[in-house]
Design a protein around this ligand. Structure first.
Ligand SMILES: Nc1ncnc2c1ncn2[C@@H]1O[C@H](COP(=O)(O)OP(=O)(O)O)[C@@H](O)[C@H]1O
Ligand SMILES: [Mg+2]
Length: 161
């Protein structure tokens, strides 16, 4: 666990990608989303993680500042690290994050990772993330589409007993 204090902080808070997914999906629920679609695809030396929601979207100011670690609209908080840490994890591998948001329509956060990079984090327990989301936000529909080397996994909270 050697490293600069800032990298130590990131490593402690976010060990794997499934925790990033949990955080980004939680943002969507806070924006009032009824549907959250999580797409994870591994192909061509890239891993893409996209979270799409039909929440309230971001106004121009929020869009601009969303991945700034000192920007948050959460009450009582002074830092908003979720998007900043996702962007950091992606950049560590030579990838990055794109945020597309339309005010009143919804938001898509897409992160690209380079899995062959030595700083690539493990995917972690995606199903634990889905279970945690469903338990915490029972009124929201969460869909996961995971594709790796031609294999496909689909989860839909609306179709789970
Ligand atoms: N899916 C989303 N829909 C609308 N606004 C969002 C979404 N994700 C993030 N935001 C905005 O960006 C801010 C920063 O998000 P984040 O970095 O995860 O920190 P935090 O959730 O702690 O505020 C949020 O407070 C919110 O204003
Ligand atoms: Mg957040």
């Amino acid at each position: 666990m050697a490293g600069k204090p800032d990298t130590l902080l990131f490593e402690t808070l976010m060990e794997d990608l499934s925790l990033h997914v949990l955080d980004i999906a939680e943002n969507a629920t806070r924006a009032g989303a009824r549907n959250v679609l999580i797409e994870i695809a591994a192909a061509d030396a890239r891993l893409t993680v996209a979270v799409k929601d039909d929440g309230k979207g971001m106004d121009a100011r929020t869009s601009q500042r969303a991945s700034d670690p000192f920007y948050t609209t959460k009450e009582g908080k002074r830092v908003g690290l979720g998007l900043a840490m996702l962007a950091q994890s992606a950049r560590e591998t030579g990838g990055g994050v794109r945020i597309d948001s339309q005010y009143g329509v919804g938001t898509e956060v897409a992160a690209v990772f380079r899995p062959e990079h030595p700083d690539m984090r493990p995917l972690g327990d995606l199903m634990a993330t889905m279970k945690a989301l469903v338990a915490a936000f029972p009124a929201v529909r969460f869909v996961l589409d995971y594709t790796k080397e031609g294999e496909h996994y689909h989860f839909d909270s609306a179709k789970t007993p």
